[in-house]
Design a protein around this ligand. Structure first.
Ligand SMILES: [Fe+2]
Length: 281
């Protein structure tokens, strides 16, 4: 998947850290960048953020991670967005291109949220055919990330993990497995997160996400503004055993800490993964 192979634990590239990364060249194996931040306005170019990303790209592998594909919606795919994404992909030559298995709006209105889909045959066929179109247009495979959720649909006919695995198979796409989202949803909906991991085909997982959640009104919310929690570290150990050697990425989007704090989370992720693999050996 892609011309550059990722390895180890990467970090999400965030604007407060551009200068540190470009001046200090820290020993980070790769970065993930949010695609929309480098596309610029419609009809425009990515401007200075894109210049920064391309400068980072000279020294590091990069994965592009989007939030606006809206692949689960019944609105037509956004041709203008896909064109701009394709231009960005050509410039960055990322190891992976990903977005979320969700819908973000309908009737051309963006709800600015990653909303879950019903888990049924109709949604599988709908999403898989749209993913195939996106992949044809981009000329490469994409990864779809499992989102966290706080509601479920009465007409779902299968579990979330069956839904994710079947879409990946039918669309012939990869999975960006967000371990924090699996944990958050497992608490909110009361399922066993380890069953989820076991159902995801190993060969489809491009990389994993790790992030922190918040607790509000009895729900876990994937706010990405906290350190990674202990139960998520524990689940990540199981994921590292199951998907041995698959890269991981630390996501931290709110209350962004000093770069060294992110490096410490990455170090811990390596330790947890190494420990899990040593036990498995
Ligand atoms: Fe994520």
């Amino acid at each position: 998947m892609g011309s550059v192979r990722l390895a180890g634990v990467g970090l999400g590239l965030r604007p407060p850290h551009y200068e540190h990364v470009l001046n200090r060249r820290p020993a980070v194996p790769w970065f993930e960048a949010v695609s929309e931040n480098y596309m610029g306005p419609r009809g425009g170019s990515g401007g200075r953020p894109l210049e920064k990303l391309l400068a980072v790209r000279r020294d590091y592998p990069v994965a592009l991670h989007g939030v606006s594909l809206n692949v689960g919606s019944v609105d037509p795919l956004d041709a203008e967005y896909l064109k701009r994404l394709k231009t960005l992909v050509a410039l960055v030559e990322p190891a992976h291109v990903s977005d979320h298995l969700c819908w973000t709006g309908v009737d051309m209105r963006n709800l600015h949220d990653l909303l879950p889909l019903p888990y049924d045959e109709g949604a599988i066929e709908h999403v898989a055919s749209r993913v195939r179109k996106v992949q044809d247009l981009l000329g490469r495979r994409i990864l779809l990330e499992n989102v966290s959720s706080y509601l479920s649909y009465g007409h779902s006919t299968m579990t979330e993990w069956e839904f994710v695995a079947e879409i990946a198979r039918r669309a012939d796409c990869g999975v960006l497995l967000d371990v924090n989202n699996v944990y958050v949803s497992s608490v909110n909906h009361g399922f066993d997160p380890r069953r989820y991991l076991e159902a995801i085909p190993r060969e489809r997982v491009g990389y994993m996400h790790l992030a922190g959640y918040s607790i509000a009104e009895g729900f876990l919310i994937d706010t990405h503004d906290h350190p990674i929690s202990d139960p998520v570290w524990s689940l990540f150990g199981d994921a590292a055993r199951r998907f041995g050697g698959v890269p991981a990425l630390i996501e931290w989007d709110g209350n962004i800490p000093a770069f060294e704090r992110l490096e410490a989370e990455a170090r811990r992720a390596r330790e947890v993964a190494d420990g899990a693999l040593a036990v498995a050996a």
